[in-house]
Ligand binder design. Structure first.
Ligand SMILES: Nc1ncnc2c1ncn2[C@@H]1O[C@H](COP(=O)(O)OP(=O)(O)OP(=O)(O)O)[C@@H](O)[C@H]1O
Ligand SMILES: [Mg+2]
Length: 188
């Protein structure tokens, strides 16, 4: 991984920018170019390790993955789940909408909302009870439920760029902001 930037927007709208070796550092987000799927897997594992080191093991959290079709959301989630201890085949929820796992008494739900055509359809699908703060939620296509979902701890935006992808990590909670610092230390 050769380019990372951490975006730091100070409250009085002045951007503070500095450079640590090859990395450009800001503070409210990290943007990085991910040249191939192996690097995507590696980024995901580093993020999972940073969260594992900081999250309370009995507490759930929410990560949303935004991006066009094929930008690598499921690739990211697979490696994340493996780092969390999920073994065996990890299926994409593209058709099933939801794949669930249990690790150390913690429920993990991997959603894909692509097939929803109305923002509140996930509620009718009975997902409201599963999308709670006691579970780990990894959700692809939150755009499909815009305005109806709770805030995640971390929002990950994936975009096509050259032959790879750009990934932007945006924390949405205090907990997410703490993770971002830990993630920066791992990947910069
Ligand atoms: N950084 C990357 N650079 C190039 N190819 C990548 C990268 N990350 C993932 N890929 C590849 O992109 C393809 C699509 O990945 P994936 O299925 O994870 O996308 P997705 O965002 O989950 O798609 P969907 O929106 O259909 O659910 C896979 O072949 C994967 O190996
Ligand atoms: Mg997918």
């Amino acid at each position: 991984m050769n380019y990372y930037s951490i975006n730091n927007q100070l409250s009085f709208f002045v951007f503070f920018k500095f450079t640590i070796s090859m990395s450009t550092i800001y503070t409210n987000s990290i943007k990085s170019y991910i040249p191939n799927s192996k690097t995507m897997e590696s980024l995901s594992r580093q993020i999972a390790l940073a969260i594992l080191a900081h999250a309370n093991p009995s507490e759930g959290f929410q990560i949303y993955l935004k991006g066009d079709l094929g930008t690598g959301k499921t690739t990211f989630v697979r490696s994340f789940l493996q780092e969390y201890g999920v073994q065996g085949k990890i299926k994409s929820p593209s058709y099933s909408l939801l794949e669930s796992y249990t690790i150390s008494n913690l429920e993990i739900h991997h959603f894909d909302f692509y097939r929803f055509s109305k923002p509140d359809e996930w509620i009718n699908a009975g997902f409201r009870d599963l999308l709670n703060e006691n579970s780990i939620i990894l959700l692809e296509w939150p755009e499909k439920a815009d305005g109806y979902l709770p805030n995640p701890d971390l929002s990950i935006h994936l975009e096509y760029f050259n032959s790879g992808r750009n990934a932007t990590l945006i924390p949405k909670t205090m907990r997410g902001k703490k993770w971002l610092q830990a993630i920066a230390l791992r990947i910069c």
